[in-house]
Design a protein around this ligand. Structure first.
Ligand code: UD1
Length: 370
């Protein structure tokens, strides 16, 4: 039997929005006359620009947030602390049974910590990913969020194994698949209909994204990477939607005229761009997963990845930031040697429903104990 419980579903930054959309939709689908889970969407405001936030809500059909915390940018401590200070009164006012957090951004950790200290149960979606790189703020967020979560929803069995090795009880871990891929599967038809930017033909351009602090905060490192991209642009045009973190540092770096710099794109046009390109060069986490499902070759310009399954069975290759290696691997793909990948188990578009199924069942189990 399912009981009525109240959930706060939290999103804060661009990659979160695609992850909450299928969970919200699955909750809505469960509404009937008998049991009606109450779900409030919380937007922390970590990302606030139209093209980093509002466009995603519109594209993905997520309703306007019920609670806006409007924290904005800041140092890690400032941003995390501001989310906590704003989220605490929201929890006290709304008294949820569960707080659901997704991914690994500062908002994820801040809301998990706030809820847990108020005695509210926390569910973490996309738990168990590990890069083993403690210089990444996201790795710290992942470890701390998982350590205090009551339910841990994973995208693959490597994540399950990571959690078990850290001593997480097996009954807390649920391998449900990937909500980001639910959204991809829902939107891909629409995305392929979006006209490509002028002058680009399917299969005849590459896509570049760069926003990791380790790659873009240091001018020298960024110039080295872009040196490699300049060499690749000799062979194929490169579309580069520039993250606001990266934009100010591009001014002093020389770029090949075939690198096309554009504003950050909203979800559907960007998915359409990636789905039809020859290859992606990136330091993103989520794009490694999306390219694997789309069968598009991906070169990840980082020394490690928290998503090793995309390298083990997908189309992703970890190339680091040595410009020679980046150019060599890109040449290999352009020479027609991209490897065919396969799609991880349960990345089938149903993760949101599985998550909601577990949560509703959990509510009932707890009610029986009272
Ligand atoms: C954050 C996440 C990262 C995720 C990325 C996706 C953390 C620690 N990092 O990094 O995991 O991959 O989002 O984008 O949570 N800015 C704007 N408009 C906005 C948001 C940000 O102009 O809507 C600018 C501000 O100058 C801000 C900078 O971008 O200082 C960085 O934003 P921030 O949220 O601090 O981190 P991201 O680098 O976006």
């Amino acid at each position: 039997m399912e009981t009525t419980a109240k959930y706060l579903l939290v999103a804060g930054a661009r990659p979160n929005f695609m992850k909450i959309a299928p969970i919200h939709r699955a909750f809505r689908a469960r509404r009937d006359g008998h049991s009606s889970p109450e779900v409030l969407v919380v937007h922390t405001g970590q990302h606030y620009s139209r093209n980093m936030s509002d466009d995603f809500f519109r594209d993905l059909g997520i309703p306007e947030p019920d609670i806006n915390l409007e924290v904005g940018s800041g140092s890690h401590a400032e941003q995390t602390a501001r989310v906590m200070m704003a989220f605490e009164p929201a929890c006290v006012e709304h008294r949820p049974d569960w707080v659901i957090v997704v991914g690994d951004v500062n908002s994820t950790l801040a809301c998990a910590l706030t809820a847990k200290k108020l005695g509210i149960r926390v569910a973490h979606v996309e738990a168990g990913l590990r890069s083993r790189d403690m210089s990444m703020p996201e790795e710290i967020n992942r470890l701390c969020t998982d350590a205090i979560s009551d339910l841990l929803f994973t995208t693959d069995t490597i994540a399950d194994e990571n959690l078990r090795k850290e001593g997480v009880a097996a009954e807390k871990i649920h391998f449900v698949g990937n909500t980001m891929i639910d959204t991809l599967r829902q939107q891909i038809g629409r995305a392929r209909q979006v006209p490509l930017p002028e002058g680009l033909e399917p299969g005849e351009y590459a896509v570049l994204t760069l926003h990791r602090p380790a790659n873009v905060d240091c001018r020298e490192r960024l110039a080295l990477i872009l040196g490699a991209i300049n060499a690749i642009a000799e062979r194929i045009p490169v579309v580069f939607p520039v993250h606001p973190r990266t934009a100010p540092r591009l001014k002093e770096i020389e770029m090949h005229p075939r690198i096309r710099i554009v504003e950050p794109m909203s979800y559907v046009p960007f998915l359409g761009l990636v789905a039809r390109c020859r290859m992606v060069l990136t330091d993103s986490g989520g794009i490694q997963e999306e390219t694997t499902v789309l069968g598009v070759p991906c070169l990840t310009m980082r020394p490690n990845t928290e998503r090793p399954i995309t390298c083990e069975i997908g189309t992703n290759v970890l190339v680091g930031t040595d410009p020679r290696r980046i150019v060599r691997e890109a040449d290999w793909i352009l020479g027609g040697n991209a490897r065919a990948g396969s799609i991880p188990e349960k990345w089938d578009g149903c993760a949101g429903e599985r998550i909601v199924g577990v949560l509703l069942n959990q509510g009932a189990q707890d009610a029986c104990l009272v």
